[in-house]
Design a protein around this ligand. Sequence first.
Ligand code: A3P
Length: 308
Amino acid sequence: ANQTFEGDGIIKVWPPGCAMFAEYRNYADRVRRLAVREDDVWVVTYPKSGTTWMQEMVWLLVNNLDYKTARSILQTERSPYLEIGCWVTEAARTKANIGDSVREVEMLKSPRCIKTHLPLQMLPEQLWTVRPKIIYVARDAKDVAVSYYHHHRLFFGYAGSSEDFFEALLAEIVPYGSVWDHILDFWKLRHEPNVMFTTYEEMKKDLPGVVKQTADFLNCTLNSEEMKQLCDHLSFESMKNNPSVSHEIEVAKLRGMQTNINGEIQPFMRKGEVGSWKQDITPEIEKKINLYTKMKLADTDYVLPFTK
Ligand code: A3P
């Protein structure tokens, strides 16, 4: 609670320069040594980039569009978040009855749909030898910044100002460090046959197109009726009203709050828009993020998605 970004709880681990919670010490080696399976599907993102959205699509494609199970079992169980345990201390984890996420991934039946926010260098070594399918979703840094700020308020009672949070993001001392380094490492891998790279903005612009691309990548075929039903299930309104994916239950479990969040604290399914940062970022911070982005993207061929 009352987390700030003046160093409490955050430590630089691996690779040098990537900020992570101190608790990650208990995960780093186990994650690196994790046994990867050929039929795994990994959804890798920097936080707040549309992970939950993509995970739901992937899980349904991999599981023959089993909407009944998708609605009745929490996504966090169907498609576990590999290193989630490092967000809280072991004591808090026990209190909130949150299991050991690495163990849960190890115990999961194949084909596993695994979520992680870890940057490339911190991922299991076997990913690069076993080469399962990896889907990477990137999102514009300004929308990520605002969404991440609200995420910290919602889950951890972050008490700092939004400006302080944005400065921390630019200083790369928020969990998972640099948003652009994270994205660029996977951008470079986008032509690998086992890697699919897409963006939140592309999903917003053309969801059926991304569903088709993902289905092709996972060797699934959908007829037009199935496509329509899946896109309906994945719409923002539908996901916002679906407790299996809206994270209301998890927030309540962690914070002991009413699930009906309103007022100051915004829900996990917050706005679901491209460019909503304009309402939350001052011109001064906007300039700083633009400069940061320009610096990070210099000498790369990264194409900024449709964020104008
Ligand atoms: P906002 O906070 O900008 O609304 P992640 O799952 O990686 O944590 O990303 C969360 C962000 O994705 C939130 O962004 C959330 O609203 C948005 N999101 C989740 N499901 C979505 C959907 N079906 N359509 C559009 N945006 C969605």
